[in-house]
Design a binder for this molecule. Structure first.
Ligand SMILES: *Cc1c(COP(=O)(O)O)cnc(C)c1O
Length: 382
């Protein structure tokens, strides 16, 4: 059955239905893996698989063939270890956060070490454990966030004893401007990454996330680390990436109101009807991840939903549990029990992000906990 075929209006969607196509996540991973072969394709499942539910998604990715998982924190590593087999690698992007070593050791995770202090602490732990511990060296090629500086790398290469207790699996770095394919920083960071790698022992390398891997094979190295793309996001402003949507969010219309010209709608009376209007009320708000940035006083500057496939702009302020949308021009006329699409076909994560003065990543990772969640496999039977 098609995904749209199985979703009905009315009681089936509760006060909001979030449909997550885990089959599409696995297919997206496979499509990116084909694109970057012979490089390996990992999967970034941090932040609860970008809010979609790591418990449902990590095992699907492993079944599809993924063997390298990336998380942000040691607690996330422990969570993922319980979901995937003992042979899968789990890399911790935030590195060795003070106090996290026990959890990292217990879950057999690989911290991405981004400072000499982290290398020292992890090496000391390895000596204490009387075995080598796995590690990634994270070098800063120009993002200016985490990572070993050029001076740190020089210090390491001058005295490699620091690395002796470690089983260094990978050298990695992260791009700042990969969504803009023509940005000069991409090539500059790639050159700096190569320069820094030249001072280190020869080992596998990883530079690209979802957007970086779209910049071409020169950016693939041995392992790529897509996250957002697996979940259907396409921030890359070059060619279309071979991924398909994963998320669909629908809300029921709980009330339709007539508003006379001049009357206001919502908090702060921020929106006024310019003509006799019809306003539909939907039962989700900023507590559900529909950001206040989607508010609008004029039907043009904020977010929108789709009803009967037509745009219904958010009218007025987004409140905690409700939004109001202008349905004056929608045909056939909107009635209680109709369904509004908040994310899905015709309303991409990118569009939803723009409408909320943010990016699709934030929309995705903030999807609320109050929606009914339905995990489907849209690839079944195809
Ligand atoms: C989050 C993250 C990724 C994944 O980025 P996407 O843009 O979601 O593909 C990869 N590498 C690092 C270092 C990250 O922090």
């Amino acid at each position: 059955m098609s995904q749209s075929g199985m979703i009905t209006s009315g009681p089936g969607i509760g006060t909001g239905l979030l449909t997550i196509d885990v089959g599409a996540v696995a297919q997206n991973w496979a499509a990116l893996a084909r694109l970057v072969a012979p490089a390996e394709c990992g999967a970034v499942v941090k932040a609860n698989a970008y809010g979609l539910g790591v418990g449902a998604i990590a095992p699907q990715l492993e079944k599809a063939g993924c063997q390298s998982f990336f998380v942000a924190t040691s607690d996330e590593a422990a969570e993922v270890r319980a979901l995937v087999g003992p042979r899968a690698s789990i890399y911790v992007l935030d590195g060795l956060v003070p106090g996290s070593a026990d959890t990292l050791v217990a879950s057999g995770a690989v911290p991405c070490l981004g400072s000499l202090a982290e290398i020292e602490e992890w090496s000391a732990r390895a000596v204490q454990e009387r075995r080598s511990l796995p590690a990634v060296l994270h070098v800063d090629s120009g993002l200016g966030r985490l990572g070993l500086s050029g001076d740190d790398v020089a210090a390491l290469s001058a005295d490699e004893r620091h690395l002796e207790p470690l089983d260094v699996r990978l050298v990695m770095s992260h791009l700042a401007c990969a969504d803009q394919p023509a940005h000069a920083k991409n090539e500059a960071q790639r050159a700096e990454f190569d320069r820094l790698r030249g001072h280190l022992p020869k080992m596998p390398a990883s530079l690209a996330a979802s957007d970086g891997l779209m910049l071409g094979s020169a950016y693939h190295y041995d392992l790529v680390r897509p996250g957002y793309g697996l979940y259907g996001g396409q921030a890359f402003r070059g060619g279309a990436s071979p991924v398909k949507p994963v998320v669909k969010l629908m809300l029921p219309i709980i009330q339709v109101r007539d508003v006379a010209a001049g009357e206001s709608v919502g908090y702060a009376a921020a929106w006024h009807a310019l003509k006799p209007s019809r306003i539909a009320v939907l039962p989700a708000g900023y507590a559900d991840g529909i950001g206040r940035g989607a508010s609008s006083s004029d039907d043009t500057s904020g977010g929108h939903v789709l009803i009967h496939g037509q745009k219904a702009p958010i009218a007025g302020r987004v409140s905690m549990d409700l939004i109001t949308v202008d349905v004056t021009d929608i045909v056939p006329p909107v009635v209680r029990g109709d369904v509004a699409l908040v994310i899905g076909e015709g309303l991409s994560l990118e569009a939803a992000g723009r409408g909320s003065q943010t990016i699709g990543y934030e929309v995705l990772t903030r999807l609320g906990q109050r929606y009914r969640r339905r995990y489907v496999d849209g690839s079944e039977g195809t």
